[in-house]
Ligand binder design. Sequence first.
Ligand code: NAD
Length: 445
Amino acid sequence: AEPTRTRPSTISVIGTGYLGATHAACMAELGFDVLGLDVDQAKIDALSSGHLPFYEPGLEEVLTRNLANGRLRFTTSYDEVAEVADVHFICVGTPQRGDSNAADLTYVDAAIETLGPRLTRPAVVIGKSTVPVGTAACAAARLQTLAPAGDAVELGWSPEFLREGFGVEDTLRPNRIVIGTDSPRVEAAMREISATQIEQKIPFLVTDLQTAELVKVAANAFLATKISFINAMAEVSEAAGADVMQLATALSYDDRIGGKFLGPGLGFGGGCLPKDIRAFMARADELGVEPALSFLREVDAINQRRRARTIDIARTLIGGGFAGRTVGVLGASFKPNSDDIRDSPALDVASTIASLGATVTVYDPEALENARQAHPELNYAHSMLEAVRDAEVVLLLTDWAEFRDADPDELAKVVAESRIVDGRNALDPTHWRSRGWTYRALGRP
Ligand code: NAD
């Protein structure tokens, strides 16, 4: 009998954004020959010359090392990708649609439509992008229709769980690998590619396509719910005069609950959680099970209310409206160790305050360039001290270590008024108050 194993001579990675660039570099690091493809020429030029178009700790070394040893290359040519690779990973974006909560599948469709007709010999295609359940089955059928090699082209779906800021570690040593497929050839290819992780006893789960797609959105729905749960407790704590930080600590000792993702504050943002829970609700609606996920609407609403609440606290601190006031903002990225500003709570708060008439100056260790492009109405500073100079109130909105370690005395020397809103519960209130600061946080007296 024909062996069902496929030794991937070359892997292609289609779409080299945060996910794809990380995946491509890490697959090369594991010893595979990798060809990354993107439609964005500037991105391909940057990656080819060893420059990451975004910030991700540790990734640039992996990139340059594997460019140098020849295992990693980049191209914009689908012809080249189809020619050299036997396994293709789809890593293109799936943002929220402009006109609804649903996922925009334009880029996934385009990748399938462009790759498909070029597949003239047996190939395995593995989707990694986060997609609504049901997408993969359609894509699999469409690929076989388009491909000259017909049903010798098989598609599986292996959702990606990496966290920005820990992308390399999460790709090389994920918590688990999930592959949705009913094809022995796809499963064999995925086992071959995951051999290092399987050796390390990292769980390797084979499911059907639909379950694999659901694992990803279910995981994100759970994480978003956990964050909004503790933020709902923060709302109650604020009204009742309780301290949500002490509450969270006490809850975290229950190992059925656990302490991760239980940090009260300004809530979640980024290119994944918000759009993923909205797309999940939209799909549930289409599947006729809308009530099953209606709680996610509340999760989203709680999350948005934290932004409004942060602005309210700042307004109270300066005693009135924002018009003509000077505000210093620490943080622009949606979370620390990232320059990603997609749906960033920090920038949402900063730009809302600016729209109310304040002069807002923002500092972020990595995200200033991205922020400047997206929010030209804000001012930007190249250091924490510069950002808070003459500020009547300071807002800490992204939990960077640099802000946690800030010296209240240093900041006090340059601000107009020593008032701070700690939107991430990152600082020690007792210490800051003892240094003369009016300190306010979310969910604490
Ligand atoms: P991104 O926007 O950074 O990257 C997407 C890339 O796809 C861009 O470089 C774009 O130019 C490229 N692209 C678009 N159309 C293309 C086409 N037809 N052919 C080739 N390339 C094309 O997005 P991302 O953050 O990398 O996310 C990609 C997917 O991975 C999304 O579905 C996302 O939900 C999922 N995901 C992301 C993360 C993360 O941390 N960023 C984690 C897990 C899953």
